[in-house]
Design a protein around this ligand. Sequence first.
Ligand SMILES: NC(=O)c1ccc[n+]([C@@H]2O[C@H](COP(=O)([O-])OP(=O)(O)OC[C@H]3O[C@@H](n4cnc5c(N)ncnc54)[C@H](OP(=O)(O)O)[C@@H]3O)[C@@H](O)[C@H]2O)c1
Length: 167
Amino acid sequence: MNLIASVDADWGIGYQGQLLCHIPEDMRWFKEHTTGKVVVMGRATLESLPGGRPLPQRVNIVLTADNNFFAPGCTVVRSPEQLLEELERYASDDIYVIGGASVYALLMPYCHYAYITKVEQRFPADRHLANLDQQPGWSLVSVSEEHQHEGLSYRFCRYQNDLSPEE
Ligand SMILES: NC(=O)c1ccc[n+]([C@@H]2O[C@H](COP(=O)([O-])OP(=O)(O)OC[C@H]3O[C@@H](n4cnc5c(N)ncnc54)[C@H](OP(=O)(O)O)[C@@H]3O)[C@@H](O)[C@H]2O)c1
């Protein structure tokens, strides 16, 4: 299982229900990695997508505790147990956990790789990802050169979790 996220210098990922910044190349990177795959998200992240609609050309799995929540084009699961059972239907390599904070925290121990776009700047943030540089089992395995967009500097990083079930 994989995790994919963009973080700022403090590992912030969101503010008031939205992303911290928009970097077109990062959007393309996300699309390239996840198209044709299975994306797993929390209900709030689904609602943050354009029009609150699922991502095209992907299997969209959405976690909620609300029995009355239905989302066209999505597989809705209503507990972590039901989510893990649903994910057993897919090859682990094909699964991408796309957020937000609560779903990252829930599934991080099951993820073997994390694709992290690290933005050098700091933003106001009310949602964070655990700092993978300090998480037991996780190590940084590759870092791109620095990229720039409208005054923002960022790098594409890949982390590996040696404590995940795949090991
Ligand atoms: N930077 C990035 O890469 C990135 C990626 C994705 C999202 N984000 C940002 O992250 C923020 C959203 O994150 P978030 O943590 O607030 O929301 P989230 O994880 O997207 O969704 C939270 C919702 O998921 C459901 N949920 C979570 N754990 C559950 C459990 N154990 N059992 C049942 N349902 C559960 C609940 O839905 P119900 O309330 O319906 O029960 C909960 O309210 C936004 O600002 C978004 O833009 C950033």
